[in-house]
Design a protein. Structure first.
Length: 580
């Protein structure tokens, strides 16, 4: 079977879903292009600032498309085969993840761009609100832990290509640092010289390509620097020290990036990052269309993976961001809703971005599909992705080293945007809980959110054989399960909101069934984690998350039993709209 057939089918399914099901969802939500959005009502140009749909799409897409749509599909594809992974990516993104993102964005807009947690407070109870905030903050911490460590791992070591050439992690680090400087310059120019977005894109986007090329020429090799300072260190020790150094450096970046105004870094970086990610999709498309590659990896490897994990529920929590992600609700209701220009833009930003992310997941899965089974043993997911994209780019005569460096840079770009947005959202949550809304509170809340992950990242984790394993691998299953449970909780809040304000039966099918499915899969996975590692820190946190989610479910059921639907006179009016 050819990759072209797989990717074409996937693209058609997602495109049809956007125009048909996305429009249906818009009608159900009664989007009104004339209703004033919070970006205008509460404009302060710090957090609230209206943005053109194309620019906001790039920013939102860049923020939600972290390592998840790459790592998750690759891990799941290797474990169970590419067919189960592909099926969940397509079905999940259309009927679960897309609905989740779309509805949480609109829910936030209808509540003055407040977080989904505050929507829960308005339509459930204050206790539910506090439970939800506690769950979200813990989930954000583990997203930061997992993604910080997996990004740091891209900055050390090297990837040896089939032709003998080498792509260094130090080179990727240099490119990444240059990439962070470019949007700051872009933001300053746009702010103080009135440089237009279009011209800024034409100027700075090619400079990102230059940064990729320059990075491999002047690698920032922290590992070698550490060994030069302490020659007694072994190579393995220096590598671990370099990894921890990058972990701390990335968290310092998160702290700074999450407190500066959105125009200085978040908006320009998100804009450039979005186009960069489009380029990564285009690279995959070029390889598929022109490469003539066929599928070599097994379509189905069985209900139980070689590592002993079962397809249910592991597939549905391993492929998180590529099909459904609770983290997206935090982005949608935390930063994106504060910049949405019109309600009707929500279909493009909320639903469309999720379907784009599904295509990123499909391209990542293609990087597994072209490999023989024996070649994926002990390979890191980010290197499988990078080498796959490198092969695709060779079709258009881009050297393998440049192609792999481009893919690694794309990978870190995904994660950068997520890391600082997570820290910003963590700050919002602490400010909501404490009422610290002044400048001092902003600094303290951000420091707390960025500092807690340091504890977990500084730990050394070993497997049952005493082998040291990366922190991100230790927390990936917990991240996946908690992230999907967060999606279930967000969908639960949206379901209660819609039922209490609209009282229509379609709610149970559009959001109710996805809520139940994600609840079952994620709690099942958390129970497995607890049973496997009972007594460990990871298992203890899983118990806490499970307890919080169970209490939230009890709160919701109680509301429905007592009569969750308000009198018809208090419901939002049904309005017929010409288009969504």
């Amino acid at each position: 079977m050819s990759l072209l057939a797989v990717v074409t089918l996937s693209a058609v399914v997602l495109l049809v879903a956007y125009f048909i099901y996305g429009r249906v969802l818009g009608r159900l939500l009664q989007l009104d292009p004339n209703r004033r959005t919070p970006a205008y009502e509460l404009r302060d140009d710090l957090d609230y600032s209206p943005l053109e749909p194309s620019a906001l799409l790039s920013q939102h897409f860049s923020a939600i498309a972290a390592a998840g749509p790459i790592v998750g599909p690759i891990l799941a594809g290797v474990m169970f085969g590419w067919v189960p992974a592909l099926c969940w990516i397509l079905v999940g993104s259309v009927f679960v993840g897309g609905v989740h993102d779309y509805f949480t964005l609109v829910a936030s807009i209808r509540h003055k761009a407040r977080s989904i947690a505050e929507v829960v407070r308005d339509h459930m109870s204050r206790r539910s609100y506090l439970l939800f905030l506690a769950f979200v903050w813990l989930a954000l911490v583990y997203i930061i832990v997992a993604f910080t460590d997996i990004t740091a791992s891209s900055f050390i070591g090297k990837a040896e290509l089939e032709n003998g050439q080498v792509v260094t992690g130090g080179g990727v680090a240099t490119s990444s640092l240059l990439y962070l400087v470019l949007p700051i310059i872009m933001g300053l120019l746009m702010r103080y010289t009135k440089l237009k977005m279009g011209l800024a894109t034409v100027i700075f986007l090619p400079l990102v390509g230059v940064a990729i090329w320059v990075g491999q020429k002047i690698p920032f090799d922290v590992e070698s620097l550490i060994q030069s300072w302490n020659p007694s260190m072994t190579g393995a020790q220096a590598q671990i020290a370099a990894l921890k150094t990058w972990d701390v450096a990335l968290l310092i970046y998160c702290f700074i990036a999450s407190i500066v105004p959105v125009w200085l870094l978040l908006q320009p970086r998100g804009h450039l990052g979005g186009y960069f990610l489009y380029a990564a999709l285009a690279a995959g498309a070029a390889g598929v269309l022109l490469g003539g590659k066929t599928v070599e990896f097994p379509a189905f490897r069985g209900w139980t993976a070689p590592n002993g994990q079962t397809l249910f529920p592991v597939l549905f929590i391993t492929i998180a961001c590529g099909a459904c992600s609770g983290f997206h609700s935090m982005i949608a209701s935390g930063t994106t809703s504060k910049q949405l220009r019109r309600e009707t833009d929500a279909r493009l930003i909320g639903y469309g971005a999720m379907l784009l992310e599904a295509m990123v997941a499909v391209v990542a899965l293609c990087c597994v599909m072209i490999l023989p089974t024996s070649s994926v043993t002990d390979q890191k997911a980010n290197y499988i992705y990078a080498q796959g994209i490198g092969q695709f780019l060779q079709v258009i005569h881009i050297p393998a080293t440049v192609g792999v460096a481009f893919a690694m840079m794309a990978f870190t770009t995904f994660v950068y945007d997520t890391l600082d947005v997570c820290t910003r959202l963590g700050r919002f949550i602490i400010q909501e809980l404490t009422g610290w809304h002044d400048a001092k509170g902003r600094w303290i809340s951000t420091l707390l959110t960025a500092a807690v992950p340091v504890y977990f990242l500084m730990q050394t984790h070993v497997d049952s054989h005493g082998k040291v394993i990366p922190v991100w691998e230790t927390f990936w299953s917990l991240f996946g399960a908690s992230n999907q449970l967060l999606a279930a909780l967000s969908l639960l809040g949206v379901t209660v909101w819609l039922w209490r304000t609209r009282g229509v039966r379609w709610v149970w099918f559009v959001t109710g069934i996805p809520t139940l499915f994600m609840y079952v899969m994620s709690t099942w996975a958390l129970v497995q984690i607890i049973g496997k590692d009972f007594g460990s820190l990871v298992a203890t946190i899983a118990i806490v998350l499970l307890a919080l989610a169970a209490l939230m479910a009890v709160e919701a059921v109680t509301i429905f039993i007592r009569g969750g639907s308000p009198p018809r006179s208090q419901r939002e009016p049904e309005v017929e709209l010409a288009s969504a």
